[in-house]
Design a protein around this ligand. Sequence first.
Ligand SMILES: [Zn+2]
Length: 346
Amino acid sequence: MKYIPDDIVVKINGLPILNVAEKLGLSVNSKRTTLCFMHNDRSPSLHFNVRKNTFYCYGCSRGGNVISLVMNRLGLCFVDAAQWLIQAYGIDVPYGRKDYRKLKISVALPKAQKVKSEYVPDVELLSWIMDVAKLSDIAKDFLFHVRRYKEEVVEQKGIKSITDANKFYKVVVDRFGLDRCKKAGIVKWNFKEYRYETVFECPCLLFPFYDERGIIYTIQGRSLREYPTNRFSFPNHSDSFIFNLQDVLNADTETPIFIAEGGTDCLALLSEGKKAIAIPGAGAFKEEYIKYLKDKNLFMFADNDDSGKSLFARIDKALRVYGNYLHQMILNPKYKDYSEYYAEKR
Ligand SMILES: [Zn+2]
């Protein structure tokens, strides 16, 4: 049994939480807030309470103390998180102490500088999930009856679903082991129930994202719950990317390509026979995407909300550097997004 002495736990949880956050690669603004790394955050929702030395996310309702911040950020168990902090802060635990000697035997610890390292997809694990997942009746009902997307589009884009979170967790952990699932960001720690669980809020759809070589990069979960905590989720630490990137890679400079804000709007556009990609969330646009877009003929029905307008403005601005621009398509304001408009037309 590995064990951290109580007085050391108290000492560790007393480490200044903003400083710990910084060591974990989080950039906290002057309002003591940062973009939450536990959910797909659009504006900073993760708050630090310096007086209580705790953190709390108003987006996904997760929070805790110094040790739980490290556990969540690095995907470590309690003991490993405590040891990471002991090492990072050079906390003195007298070697002669009987209880600490056991602790010394433990595994190699991740170094603080590794936190900022780039996301590396676990291609085997992600491909396996997309291979074995099916399309449940709940998912089919949503896709084909509520939203009326074309079956061949859904099939061609490889959209799948998960129905039961516990069953999915068991199957994927049995196959790859908990450590690998944590590393791939597919499972996360649930503070309320004190156990690991999948990052996907089930039942949910799975949207596979492929890179320019056609190799899987990440999976976005789209919850089918009526009131999910997070409608969308990516594996922890994974970057968002462009959904259906292949459509831009294969297009010439004339063909109109539509940019959607999410995977489902993209399916609506594709179901109409258009070429379309999705850049999920206004915060998800990255300057590096411009290399795929700079010479293409691009259109966008921006969602009728602030994040839709902001995404439009960011892409348009980036294109103008290359003498290109984004055609703005106007959606009747009575529709929230393109999917709503599309479903009503059917
Ligand atoms: Zn959050």
